[in-house]
Design a protein around this ligand. Structure first.
Ligand SMILES: *Cc1c(COP(=O)(O)O)cnc(C)c1O
Length: 461
């Protein structure tokens, strides 16, 4: 295949993509689950001779779309949205075509400088204070790992990088029970250890009690442990719980500990001033992660980490081997020093296209609509016989269950998902099996949300 073939087949792909998106409603949201079906349809060995692009394309159409879960489907109410606005898909097409490695300023001048400006555009859009810097990671998991590694090194006076952790004091990290499993992964990978992530109970309002945090830190110090930092939950994945960020960060500061706010999902909603009270005080954190690749519409991957002072993170993650030496290191930023991988994609381009094509007003209108539709759906579902709302809408996420118990709730979820018209996912809260409803798809309409309520009503028989 040469570049002239690519011209032809990428036009085909663009037409296919437009049709795919236009007709998503006709597909089942989740692929009928038959484990092994795709594997069985693929040849067990790679081809020796080149194959015709037409054959590759035909097999793609035959094998792949029908075996996918359609994340851009307007009736996808599972997990959290992973939205791909048209403008961001468009940007990815050209970023892919340039296929640049954006590790150093000199390997990607426009990408590096656009990343600086887009992080600042997003900072302004979210109402965060001037002076925060930031970078774009692949995922919130990596951003949180970066923050936790930095917390570790700050606690150790940056000695762990050279000496390792053997012989070091026991490091301790604090978070609520509502924080995402990426925090567990970070403490495991950072060598802190799962047992040293202190999970503080979340109260009825979804927040840890800042007094519990202070007490846990004091107890750890008394035991000779070394507290390293606090992770603040701003929109938990299970039920959308929020810590009282300002109070939690105040305790961290009083203890001399850095803080990291995980707002991977809910952060996008903070473009609307009326929702900012939910994370009030977050702006005082050392680090904040927001995933524009969730609700905002910048297609995966795009996780923005804001940093009050990038210095400690760059000191933790940055390396300057001879073969990466660049001139003018004073005026420029080499973003690989801020992140875990060396190689980096040109992720800022899709933010630039997205923010321009939609405008903040357009993005706000969408998020406000999702929140309003979620509230209306929760009210309608609450009126169905035998159904209980278990956690009320937090932004556009709520959970419900059947009064008849866990088995009945799980059976209802299976019926709904097998029907293919909607897709929802489960969680557990307050000791119960519940069904999550997460509204926020880029193409979701009010009619789709009403249809969800109708599907639930019908599935109740
Ligand atoms: C989705 C999510 C994550 C993980 O995001 P990735 O970008 O997939 O790593 C972390 N925390 C919260 C609160 C999330 O919603």
């Amino acid at each position: 295949m040469d570049h002239e073939d690519l011209r032809h087949w990428s036009k085909r792909a663009a037409d296919w993509a437009a049709d795919y998106h236009a007709r998503l409603r006709e597909r089942p949201v989740r692929a009928p689950l038959v484990p092994g079906a795709t594997r069985a349809a693929l040849p067990p060995h790679p081809p020796e001779a080149p194959e015709d692009p037409a054959a590759i394309w035909a097999d793609f159409e035959r094998l792949v779309p029908g075996a996918m879960t359609h994340w851009q489907h307007p009736r996808f109410f599972a997990y959290f949205p992973a939205n791909a606005a048209p403008a961001s898909i468009w940007a990815e097409q050209v970023a892919n075509a340039m296929a640049a490695q954006c590790m150093l300023w000199q390997t990607s001048p426009a990408a590096t400088e656009m990343e600086q400006v887009m992080v600042d555009w997003l900072r302004q859009a979210l109402g965060l204070p001037e002076g925060l810097a930031g970078t774009i990671h692949d995922s919130a998991t990596t951003a949180t790992l970066s923050a936790v590694l930095t917390m570790r090194e700050r606690a150790l006076g940056f000695a762990g990088l050279a000496r390792g952790l053997s012989g070091a004091p026991v490091l301790r990290l604090y978070a609520s029970t509502q924080t995402h499993s990426s925090v567990d992964k970070a403490v495991r990978l950072a060598g802190i250890g799962q047992e040293n992530l202190v999970k503080l109970p979340a109260g009825p309002d979804g927040s840890m009690d800042p007094r519990d945090l202070a007490a846990a830190i004091a107890a750890d110090r008394a035991a000779g442990h070394l507290p390293a930092g606090v992770v603040v939950c701003a929109g938990g994945t299970s039920t959308g719980a929020f810590d009282r960020a300002g109070e939690v960060i105040a305790v961290a500061r009083a203890e001399g500990l850095p803080s990291h706010v995980d707002a991977a999902w809910a952060g996008s909603a903070m473009i609307c001033p009326e929702f900012r009270h939910l994370w009030a005080g977050a702006e005082a954190a050392d680090s904040i992660v927001v995933n524009p690749h969730k609700w905002l519409g910048a297609q995966f991957d795009c996780a923005v980490q804001f940093l009050a002072d990038p210095g400690p993170q760059v000191r933790t993650l940055g390396l300057r081997p001879d073969y990466l030496a660049t001139p003018g290191a004073e005026e420029i930023v080499n973003f690989n020093e801020w992140t875990v991988p060396l190689g980096r994609r040109f992720r800022a381009l899709k933010l630039w296209f997205l923010l321009r094509a939609e405008g903040l007003a357009g993005l706000r209108a969408r998020i406000r609509a999702h929140v309003a539709w979620a509230e209306a759906a929760a009210a309608a579902i609450a009126r169905l016989p035998g159904v209980q709302i278990v956690t009320p809408p937090r932004l556009a996420l709520f959970t419900f269950a059947l009064a008849a118990g866990d088995a009945a709730t799980e059976a209802l979820l299976a019926r709904l998902n097998d029907g293919g018209e909607v897709y929802l996912t489960p969680t557990r809260t307050a000791g119960r099996s519940v069904i999550r409803v997460s509204v926020g798809g880029w193409s979701t309409t009010e009619a789709d949300v009403n249809h969800l309520v109708a599907c639930i009503r019908a599935a109740l028989g």
